[in-house]
Design a protein around this ligand. Structure first.
Ligand SMILES: Cc1cc2nc3c(=O)[nH]c(=O)nc-3n(C[C@H](O)[C@H](O)[C@H](O)COP(=O)(O)OP(=O)(O)OC[C@H]3O[C@@H](n4cnc5c(N)ncnc54)[C@H](O)[C@@H]3O)c2cc1C
Length: 513
């Protein structure tokens, strides 16, 4: 492991950087890749507490790998006549794809290593949900982004689209389904590692087993990040700008930096687990990501889905998520994590948010109390013939759900992410969970404008507009066009393994036609 921060005698030296990235997940890696391309001579240092990059939420088994486009996420449309959120998230994901395409065209990323085309579908049961799905389909297909979506209530077509789901359903049970062929499965762990390579290729440093513990701003405006390394030593790095991309631990670090912008903010840990199947016979019989309706009271991130996953060149099925609970804010965190974020100024905020979300609490308790067989019954509602011996329940990532102060409601549980930037633009951090990794690129475009206004106005804006044709202004995602989008994915070939197709080349974005 590289450790340039301590001399051989163990004496501490102070490393100086232009930008310090705290955390080795998709967010820091995305920002680092942009900075490395925009200004390769920037001294970038990325600190990661663990022995590997993408070991937390960005790891492929710790998230669902859905390239969020609104094709299948029913939770984006509680009102089937309002497609605005689905369309906004779709446009944000297109910006992410355009950035990856730009990097692929420059030979900096290998798309086949992290993104695969796989249809995105919905399957619902019962007349009420069928009426909902049909209305949602009619709303969405008025938008060119969703025009390729298909809808069916025909049992034979559903059986062809999703044989594992159709087999064994009650014959008199009405079902409906939608299908969009342009969905993706993304291995955000492999992507994180690919983006991190761009940082090191440009001369940046990645320091594993370096845990940031303190952030202090000096009178000259620079920040000193202090912490401990895996050998029991300590380190200090001075940087002009710091990005806290520490996932669940971001709030704790921003609190330590005494950032007034996060006063009153709190986080609630919500863990997740998925059933996973790697039996080739079962895996081969399912394609795509199939989302269903969430149970009443369930939080939006718990919508059940059955996913084909492509990880390290192998195919698997994943079903979930199931809620779990721990006071850790990272999967590999400490039980004291959550308590360490409590302050006198956020206690009432968190209490108010909990009181307003009693149905969520009830849902979480029922999930926690459920034994594996009861959990498996949820999967069997989707796939009646699923055999418990072929599936294992595996823990996934830990979310730190953001709670923010509110003048009227005192505290509000947020579903999205929030980029927090200090007044002088030298410190930024990302809080919250969903839609997460899929929208890393627009989030970081926003950050670049806020933290590097001079460079942005001088030259970065034109470079980024060329690299990401759909980008108009980061604050204007909802109206960003998707023109010039690119086909990055690999398609399964006839033998079932994967070969690249048109990787990194410009293609027609059919969904935009
Ligand atoms: C169950 C689940 C399913 C999800 N499904 C999807 C999905 O289908 N599609 C999607 O787009 N998004 C999904 N997400 C969201 C997505 O995974 C996250 O938004 C994204 O991975 C967050 O990336 P990050 O870089 O902010 O955090 P992380 O990936 O958590 O990385 C943070 C890193 O910071 C490190 N760190 C923490 N503290 C310190 C410190 N003090 N010093 C140094 N390093 C530190 C951690 O070790 C970690 O490596 C899902 C999340 C979960 C939990």
């Amino acid at each position: 492991m590289e450790n340039p921060l301590t001399t051989e005698s163990g004496a501490q030296t102070e490393l100086v950087a232009d930008v310090i990235l705290i955390g080795g997940g998709i967010m820091s890696a995305t920002l680092g890749s942009m900075l490395a391309v925009l200004q390769p001579n920037l001294r970038i240092v990325l600190l990661e507490r663990s022995i590997e990059l993408a070991g937390e939420s960005s790891g492929p088994w710790n998230n669902a790998g859905t390239g969020h486009t609104g094709f299948c996420e029913l939770n984006y449309m509680p009102d089937p006549t309002d497609g605005s959120k689905a369309s906004s998230v779709a446009r944000q994901f297109h910006l992410s794809r355009q950035w990856w395409t730009h990097l692929a065209r420059k030979g900096l990323l290998e798309p086949g290593a992290f993104i695969q085309t796989t249809p995105h579908m919905d399957v619902v049961f019962g007349q009420r949900d069928i009426d909902y799905l049909r209305q949602r389909f009619e709303t969405l297909t008025r938008d060119p982004l969703f025009r390729e979506m298909e809808y069916t209530e025909d049992p034979a077509t559903i059986s062809e689209w999703v044989p594992l789901l159709a087999e064994g359903q009650k014959p008199d049970e009405p079902m409906a389904a939608t299908r969009h062929p342009g969905g993706t499965d993304v291995d955000f762990g492999a992507l994180t590692k690919g983006l991190a390579q761009i940082i090191t290729d440009a001369g940046g440093r990645i320091l594993l087993e370096h845990e940031a513990r303190s952030l202090r701003q000096s009178p000259d405006g620079t920040w000193v990040v202090g912490g401990s390394n895996g050998r029991g030593g300590t380190f200090k790095i001075r940087g002009r700008r710091v990005f806290v991309g520490a996932g669940g631990m971001a709030l704790r670090l921003l609190q330590r930096a005494r950032l007034p912008e996060v006063r009153g903010y709190a986080v609630l840990p919500v863990g997740a687990a998925f059933f996973r199947c790697s039996e080739p016979d079962v895996v081969a019989r399912h394609e795509g990501k199939v989302y269903g309706q969430a149970a009443i009271g369930a939080p939006p991130m718990s919508v059940p889905h059955l996913d084909k996953r492509f990880i390290n060149g192998a195919e698997h099925l994943m079903f979930g998520p199931y809620a779990t609970f721990s006071t850790k804010l990272l999967k590999r965190g400490r039980l004291t994590d959550f308590f360490a974020t409590l302050r006198w100024h956020n206690l009432h905020v968190i209490a108010a948010a909990l009181i307003q979300n009693l149905s969520l609490m009830r849902y979480l308790f029922s999930e926690l109390a459920a034994r594996p067989r009861k959990k498996f019954a949820k999967l069997q509602r989707f796939c009646p013939h699923a055999d418990i011996d072929q599936w294992e329940l595996a823990p996934a990532g830990q979310r730190a759900q953001l709670v923010t102060p509110d003048r009227r409601r005192i505290g509000v549980l947020q579903q999205g992410t929030e980029l927090v930037v200090s007044n002088d633009g030298t410190l930024a951090g990302l809080l919250g969970a969903s839609p997460g990794a899929s929208t890393a690129v627009p989030i970081m475009l926003d950050l670049l404008q806020q933290c590097f206004p001079h460079q942005w106005n001088a030259s970065w804006t034109s470079i980024m507009r060329e690299a990401i044709p759909g980008f108009t202004a980061a604050t204007d995602w909802n109206t960003a066009t998707t023109a010039g989008d690119v086909d990055l994915e690999r398609q399964p070939n006839e033998r079932g393994d994967h070969k690249p197709t048109r990787n990194g080349q410009l293609g027609n974005d059919k969904s935009n036609s």
